[in-house]
Design a protein around this ligand. Structure first.
Ligand code: DAH
Length: 343
């Protein structure tokens, strides 16, 4: 019987240490010290204990009982005082601390992108997408940018494959003009266009040194309208309407003659803005535009005698800076909460 008592004592203490909540504790109580528990279970063995040992065994029985009962009490106290044991420690009916409930919102660049897509959608432009990991066919060749053009210099691009040893090297796209090619190729292959009238917002990458107006990654929104008899005046009307819709009726914009390999004629689109309150408004360049070069149409399998169109590509950061008076492009990427709260 002494052996049985020893076993109950050591087993009981070990199991008690594992009882982690009120239910486990109660189950343990019933199993060990309850009226049908193990301790009660060994009591009938008392009658088989030789008379001269009854006193010692009885003493041991009381000892084990005492040990288990006081261990039970202290385990119970420990569990009750630990958080969560006596129900939720939080009073769910208490009102919340209002200051801590800050409401988040979309990043300024996401909002500007959506606003731009929305303005162009009202003018009949759909949205097209293209990959950021491109190849030089789409970033350069089909955009009429010849192999010896300075824009293709490996120093000025993020090539993924070596352009000297790879036939069609992959690169991070340096302009969203790639989507002009991708969309026209798909339209021709699938037979749903032209007419094609799309804008395409997205990221572009150039190994530029970061300063107030440059970043190695920024966003552009490309526009493309191909149809029969699209003219330069359609381009001008579209861009001037866009500027008034986005910046307000008094927006001062101008087209300035320029050159791009994929448009002929080409122009730069400028707007007069003061980026800091109190500054004299100055002309800043929003992007390039022009009439799609016949070579680009041919590269996409279109007959330039039948189809014509215009294209444009604007920097989304520039547009955001102009619209919200942000003087430094880095502010758009640093995600300083004090800046983000202001716009
Ligand atoms: N892709 C040009 C750039 O990144 C911008 C541009 C100019 C896009 C003229 C056009 C365009 O679609 O017609 O500098």
């Amino acid at each position: 019987m002494l052996e049985a008592l020893n076993e109950i004592e050591s087993g009981g203490l070990a199991e008690l240490a594992d009882a982690g909540d009120a239910d486990a504790l109660e189950a343990w109580r019933i199993a060990y010290i309850g009226t049908k528990g193990k301790l009660r279970g060994v009591m009938p063995m008392m009658k088989d204990v030789p008379k001269d040992q009854k006193g010692a065994v009885g003493k041991r029985l009381n000892e084990v009982k005492g040990t288990l009962e006081s261990a039970f009490e202290s385990r119970k106290t420990a569990l009750e005082s630990s958080p969560g044991a006596s129900g939720p420690a939080i009073d769910m009916t208490e009102p919340g601390i209002v200051d801590a409930q800050e409401v988040g919102r979309r990043h300024i660049l996401s909002r500007v992108r959506e606003e731009l897509v929305e303005v162009f959608a009202r003018m009949g432009f759909g949205v097209a997408q293209g990959p950021e990991l491109e190849d030089d066919e789409h970033n350069f060749v089909k955009l009429n940018i010849p192999a010896d053009h300075p824009a293709r210099d490996p120093i000025d691009n993020f090539y993924v494959d070596n352009p000297d040893t790879t036939e069609t090297p992959r690169m991070l796209r340096s302009q969203t003009s790639t989507v002009q090619i991708r969309t026209l190729e798909t339209a021709v292959a699938e037979g749903w266009g032209p007419p094609v009238k799309i804008v395409s917002p997205g990221r572009v990458y150039r190994p530029d040194t970061v300063d107030a107006t440059h970043s190695f990654m920024f966003h552009q929104i490309e526009g493309l309208h191909i149809d029969r008899d699209v003219s330069m005046s359609d381009l001008k009307t579209t861009l001037f309407q866009f500027a008034r819709a986005y910046f307000g009726d008094d927006a001062e914009v101008r087209l300035r003659p320029s050159f791009f390999p994929f448009t002929e004629p080409s122009a730069e689109f400028d707007m007069k803005i003061a980026l800091r309150p109190g500054d004299e408004p100055a002309w800043i360049e929003l992007g390039g535009c022009g009439m799609v070069d016949p070579n680009v149409l041919k590269a996409c399998g279109l007959d330039p005698d039948e189809w014509s169109g215009f294209a444009f590509g604007f920097g989304i950061e520039r547009l955001a800076m102009g619209k919200y008076g942000v003087p430094d492009i880095r502010m758009l990427f640093e995600n300083d909460i004090r800046f983000l709260r202001q716009i």
